[in-house]
Design a protein around this ligand. Structure first.
Ligand code: FAD
Length: 283
């Protein structure tokens, strides 16, 4: 692949000015998605190189939660002590993106940018109710991740915008908040997901589900929140919630047959997975 123009911006202002001037240029982060079919794609007219671009490479904990720069790699996320302790499903999902070599290049901004239905961090962002920070010369905006994906690999990102950061709100006091993450592939490591998902829930003092956010990937054209399950489990004891979740999932999703799996398998696994989100909660 050859390209006629290349820019390594000095700062974010230069990056968004270039993005506005050349919206057709390739925005390159880790390149783990973009390089896969580089030889089959038309040569881009230019490359905006954001790999290891320092304004995008950070993990910051603050009172309201966590901010992760879009250029942060999954290896950095999986190894960050604060993420591991307080945002565990994010660290677990990061550790299951490809192999170590991929994790060392693949960025969270790239996962969001590709917006594949099998992007492993994406259901986690839904379950954690994350927001994206998008910058352009027109201004900055924060978009709830739940409204960002609009179709198969389609998003609200405008041609002149960059994903700058992911904001994750702080969880309620740990005693009452529970998390879950699970990825099912053809093998335990280095596989593309057949189904994966994440959940976050809060239990009340009677160990009933006060609320839950349940998200799945690889069962629709985009990562989805399964609100039918969330509604069905509200107010139930943990013991009741697993069966209710399983029942509510039927009819709520319509996975497809494809090269990686069948619709029937995906549905059966997704039912088990959402049930496990609740039955797996330690007492
Ligand atoms: C062998 C292999 C295994 C893989 N396994 C997995 C897996 O298990 N799970 C998984 O989820 N993914 C997997 N992937 C896919 C890929 O690694 C991830 O999607 C990764 O997060 C992409 O990040 P990147 O930095 O490499 O993105 P890039 O390839 O650089 O870019 C991806 C897209 O995002 C856009 N983009 C990147 N950064 C920004 C930004 N800041 N603003 C706007 N747009 C931006 C790019 O323009 C491009 O469209 C795998 C890939 C390979 C090659």
């Amino acid at each position: 692949m050859t390209s006629s123009a290349y820019l390594r911006p000095r700062d974010l202002d230069e990056a968004i000015v270039a993005r506005a001037a050349y919206p057709e240029w390739m925005v390159l982060a880790g390149g783990t998605d973009l390089m896969v079919d580089a030889n089959r794609r038309a040569t881009p007219s230019g490359i905006l190189d954001l790999w290891r671009f320092s304004p995008l490479c950070h993990i910051r904990a603050h009172d309201d939660g966590l901010t992760i720069g879009a250029g942060t790699t999954f290896l950095e996320i999986s190894r960050d002590a604060h993420v591991r302790e307080r945002f565990r499903p994010l660290a677990e999902a990061a550790r299951e993106v490809g192999a170590l070599q991929i994790q060392a290049r693949a960025t969270i901004g790239g996962n969001v940018g590709t917006s594949s239905p099998v992007g492993d961090s994406l259901p986690v962002l839904l379950a954690l109710d994350a927001e994206l920070e998008l910058w352009s010369v027109r201004g900055r905006r924060r978009v709830p991740y739940r409204s960002f994906c609009t179709g198969y690999r389609k998003t609200l990102l405008a041609p002149d915008e960059l994903v700058v950061a992911v904001h994750v709100p702080a969880p309620a006091p740990q005693a009452r908040t529970r998390w879950a993450w699970r990825k099912i592939g053809t093998r335990r490591a280095q596989s593309i997901s057949k189904v994966m998902g994440a959940a976050m829930m809060e239990l009340d003092s009677d160990r009933r589900v006060a609320w839950a956010r349940v998200a799945l990937g690889a069962v629709a054209d985009r990562p989805i929140r399964v609100t039918a399950v969330e509604d069905a489990v509200r107010g139930l004891s943990i013991a009741q919630a697993a069966d209710a979740a399983r029942a509510a999932l039927r009819g709520a999703i319509a996975p497809i047959d494809d090269i990686r799996s069948t619709a029937a398998y995906r549905l059966a696994v997704a039912e088990n997975l959402v049930a496990r989100f609740f039955s797996g909660i330690p007492s």
